[in-house]
Every structure is written in C-alpha cells, then in structure tokens.
Design a binder for this molecule. Structure first.
Ligand code: NAD
Length: 521
C-alpha cells in the first residue's frame, strides 16, 4: 500500500490578507463571466438534455441567472439506475487503493480550484466569502477522510477462529444507490454523500437540490475529472417532488443517502421500507434531517464567551445551517446580561448584504419560499415574545431575499418559534430558573441535532454529557462548525439516522459484511 500523511483538516484562507482578497475578487469576476450557461444530465458518461430546465438564480439578486440545468424525467432515472448497475460490475472489483485514489485526486483538484468554487457558492447561495471557502475546505476534508477510511476498511479484521479453519471477514459494496443532498451545503455535503458510498465500491445516481444544481454540476465534473468512471456517478438534476419517490421506491435501488428536511426524510424512510415487486433486499437508508439547536447559558457561565458563541452560531450563513443556534436557554441570574450582550454583539457584527461584496456577514436566504416562511415566523414571533433586536436591510437590495436578523426574548418554551425549525436568521431566547429546567427544555424537542452548554460547573457539564439528547454536544463553544474527523456529525431523535458524517463509522452505512469460514484439516 502506498504511504499517505495522516489526516489533517484543510487550513482556511484568511481574507483579511490583501493578496487573498485580490485573488477572491478575480475568482468572482471569472465566475461572473460564466453565469447563465446551460448544463446537461449525465448518464453513463453521456450528456443529454430533456427540453426542460431548472433555473438557478442568485438569491440576493433573483434576476441574475446563475445557470440552467437540464431536468431529468422518470425515464432518465430508469436509465441512470441501469447505468449505475452496469458500472457496478467493474467498479466493485476495483482495488480499494484505486478507488481511494479518485477521492485523493479530487481533493487535490478542489484545492487548486478553491476560490473559483467558493465564488460559485457566493453566486448560487449568497454565502459570505469565509462561509463559502469553509465549505470547499470541508469537501476536501470529507475526501481525505473517507479515502483513508476506505483503505482502513479494506484491511483484515481480527476475529477468533477455529484450529481447523481459516476465517475471512470482508466488507463489500451494496450496489446502486440514490444520493439526495440538500441545498445548504451543495459542495461539501453533496461531495461527502456521493464519494463515501463510491469509495467503498458502490455506484450512485445523484440528484442535486433544485436550488443549487449548478454547483452540483461543477462538483460532478470534478468527480469525473478525478477519475470516477462513466456510470459510477450519474448526474440527474430534477424536482424532488417529481422524481424523488421513484429514486426511493425503485426495486433496483439498494440504498438511499438523504440529507434534508424532516418531512421529506420521514417520507423517504417510510417508502424505502416497503419491499417492491422484484426487489431482492431490504434497503439501507441514511436520512440526516433538521434541528432546533439550543445553547444553554448557566449562571456559572463566562457570559462574554457565551454571547460570542450564540452570535456566531445563530447568524452564520443567515441561520441556514442544520446546526445553527435557534434557541437560547438562559438562567434567570444572568438573563438580562445575556440578552443585552447578544443584542449588542449582533448589532456590532452583523452586516446584511450581498455575499459578492466580501463585506456582508448575512446574505439573502435561499429562495422566495424560504423568504415567505421565515417572514411568517417573524410575524408569529411578534405575538409570542418580546422583540429585542431587528436588523436593517440597507437600501438597494430590493428584490433580493434579504431578511433582517431578528431576536425575540421572553419566549415561552412551548412557543412555535421556540419549537419549530425556522432555518433563517431568527433567534428565540427562553428564560429558565435552573439548570434542571434548562436541560428539560433542551430535551423537550422532536429534534436532537446539536447544542452547547456554557457553564463553569463540572457537575453540570457531566450531567449534560449524560442527559442532553443530541448527536453533537459542545461545552463552552459554539454549536456550529463541526469538523470532519474531529466532530463526527449527525443527530438523534427525528434529526435522523445518526449516520455520523466525517466519522469513523460512516462508510459502514454503505457496505455489508461477509464472513467466510474454510475448513482446512
Ligand atoms: P428538503 O428536504 O426540502 O430537500 C432535500 C433534498 O430532497 C433536495 O434535493 C430535494 O429536491 C429532495 N426532495 C424533495 N422532495 C423529495 C421527495 N419527495 N423524495 C425525494 N427527494 C425529495 O431540504 P432542504 O431544504 O434542501 O435542506 C434544508 C434541510 O436540511 C433543513 O431541515 C436542515 O436542517 C437539513 N439539513 C440537515 C443536515 C444534517 O446533517 N442533519 C445537514 C444539512 C441540512
């Protein structure tokens, strides 16, 4: 086996350095000159169109077309599954080293094109520069991590054995699967969900989210360039409502990798459980869903640190991270100080405006539907809590899906804005009388994705370690920014199947194990 350096996370680019700013501005200019192009469906390595197009626009400037991507129909899905099955015959026999090399090569290509890909994210999602660059870095991390994990999974497994037998135990790929990622990390999550199953010998049909098909195509192109053979990854952009059920229910689909909202995830989970005529296996489903992530601030906490963590977790990428803080549960003794601090730091740090500027910290939300839905929650909040802050939207941004960051305090624990995933820049602050009550509110949710506890009391932290019902728990730090290989990421409860992206077990979701005993004497 060839030698490889141990895994380390990709360093981030510091945009306060003038040279880096200049390079990013050049990348944005270059990408701007490429906006408005058309991209095909790709099945078995062949490009095709369908006559129907998905339009992708800049959410900060919806009349700016980022690109149009051919929309796949049911018959394209049938063809893509057939192409995936055909490619499986040889891809499953490729050595682990050969497959992992495709991931390492892709990581190298992403490193070379980091700023260009960041610029595509800035245009297609109105991400701030550092959020966009961080996402490309995370895609690189997934590739470096899963490549190494795939090599590890290929190593012999130690088992007990009989004196007269040789035992063998190996992990084998499942077959062709459907990969359905969300729009909020269309570079990193899409890459991880696609390349993990591919690394262990599966083939896939990949449907990018309808809001972000252009960056999806860019990632697909790099997968091809890195050496994924024709048919191993089939690119089938389309409307989830139209082709999603077929991608899930098809008798030849062996697994589904889904990340997205709870309602869609639950639907997929139910439908994948039904064995279809001609189906010869039980489908595997990884479904990673939403959250209502809370930060507890105990009376023993370092209030300034808690305020900083809340502000960072709440507003990054305009609150559109599944890990974003949307509930703050504060002990009465420090309540006024925390509320005032969060308002003050938000006012100081948040600048609403277009990602392209390189100045704004909060860009537009993804589309008209989310814009309406979040504004509706802000309206609901006005009768549920006390408005303590609402940001300004600078003049000149009319038409863009900009939402003012909004903070409600004195929110009852049962209020809708304290219980439902809003997925936008809205924060609900709840007062609690004790740490017991804080933990009780923390856990009184159908979700269980991320959360933080700020406390300087070891006994309380240890209680939270044991009792807090989330997949990713943090002490005295923000609840966003999970790193590959360091904070394996996935929730519990209705936040999903706990597949733990970027962790030591993730690839096990996409293999089965075969035990072979051979009698030798
Ligand atoms: P979504 O559920 O609307 O869409 C996700 C994907 O499913 C898209 O590709 C969409 O086209 C597709 N889809 C829609 N209907 C379908 C159907 N009937 N069958 C099959 N596929 C269908 O979610 P979204 O708006 O793209 O993403 C935001 C959500 O994702 C939030 O709830 C967020 O919390 C969650 N999320 C979770 C994680 C995690 O790791 N737990 C990570 C990122 C985002």
């Amino acid at each position: 086996m060839s030698m490889r350096a141990p895994f380390t996370t990709e360093p981030s680019i510091d945009f306060s350095q003038p040279a880096n700013r200049t390079a990013m501005l050049a990348a944005l200019k270059d990408v701007e000159s490429q906006l408005g192009q058309r991209y095909p469906i790709v099945i078995g390595g062949e490009r095709r169109e369908s006559g129907q197009w998905i339009r992708s626009v800049n959410p900060g400037k919806p009349d700016q077309l980022v690109g149009e991507v051919a929309k796949a129909s049911a018959s394209d899905i049938e063809d893509a599954i057939a192409a995936g099955e055909a490619a499986f015959a040889s891809w499953r026999k490729m050595s682990a080293e050969g497959r992992a090399s495709v991931l390492f090569r892709m990581a190298g290509l992403l490193r070379q094109r980091k700023l260009t890909l960041s610029a595509w994210l800035v245009y297609e999602l109105d991400k701030a520069w550092d959020e966009a660059e961080g996402e490309v870095a995370e895609a690189i991390d997934f590739l470096e991590w899963y490549g190494r994990q795939a090599l590890k999974l290929d190593q012999p497994v130690e088992l007990a054995h009989l004196p007269n037998e040789i035992t063998d135990y190996r992990y084998l790929p499942l077959g062709v699967g459907s990969v359905i990622p969300p729009w909020n990390f269309p570079c990193a999550i899409l890459t991880g969900m696609t390349m993990a199953p591919v690394a262990v010998g599966n083939t896939v049909i990949l449907k990018p989210a309808s809001n972000t098909p252009v960056i999806g195509y860019k990632m697909f192109e790099i997968m091809e360039e890195a050496g994924a053979p024709a048919g191993v990854i089939n690119f089938v952009p389309g409307d989830g409502g139209e082709i999603g059920d077929l991608m899930v229910e098809h008798a030849k689909i062996r697994f589904i990798a889904f990340t997205g909202s709870k309602p869609v995830g639950v639907r997929i989970f139910e439908r994948a459980a039904k064995v279809q005529p001609g189906q010869r296996w039980l489908k595997r489903v990884t479904a990673e869903l939403g959250g209502k992530d809370a930060i507890i601030v105990d009376k023993s906490a370092d209030v300034a640190a808690a305020v900083e963590g809340i502000v960072t977790s709440a507003w990054g990428f305009q609150g559109q991270k599944c890990s974003a803080c949307s509930r703050v549960l504060v002990h009465a003794d420090v309540y006024d100080e925390v509320v005032a601090g969060v308002v003050e730091r938000t006012r100081a740090l948040v600048t609403v405006g277009p990602g392209v500027s390189g100045e704004a910290t909060v860009g537009a939300v993804v589309d008209a539907n989310q814009y309406e839905s979040i504004r509706n929650y802000i309206e609901i909040g006005s009768s549920e809590g006390r408005l303590v802050y609402q940001g300004e939207i600078p003049a000149g941004l009319e038409g863009g899906y900009y939402i003012p960051p909004t903070i409600y305090a004195d929110v009852p624990r049962t209020a809708r804005i304290a219980c439902e995933e809003i997925f936008g820049p809205v924060l609900a602050i709840v007062k609690v009388e004790s740490f017991d009550e804080a933990l009780d509110v923390f856990n009184d949710s159908e979700y269980g994705l991320t959360g933080s506890v700020y406390a300087n009391d070891r006994a309380l932290l240890e209680r939270a370690r044991d009792e807090a019902e989330v997949g990713n728990l943090y002490f005295n730090r923000k609840c966003t920014g999970a790193m590959v290989g360091i904070h394996p990421f996935a929730g519990i409860k209705l936040s999903g199947t706990n597949s733990k992206a970027g962790g030591p077990d993730y690839l096990h979701n996409y293999v089965y194990a075969k035990a072979i005993g051979e009698r030798v004497q």
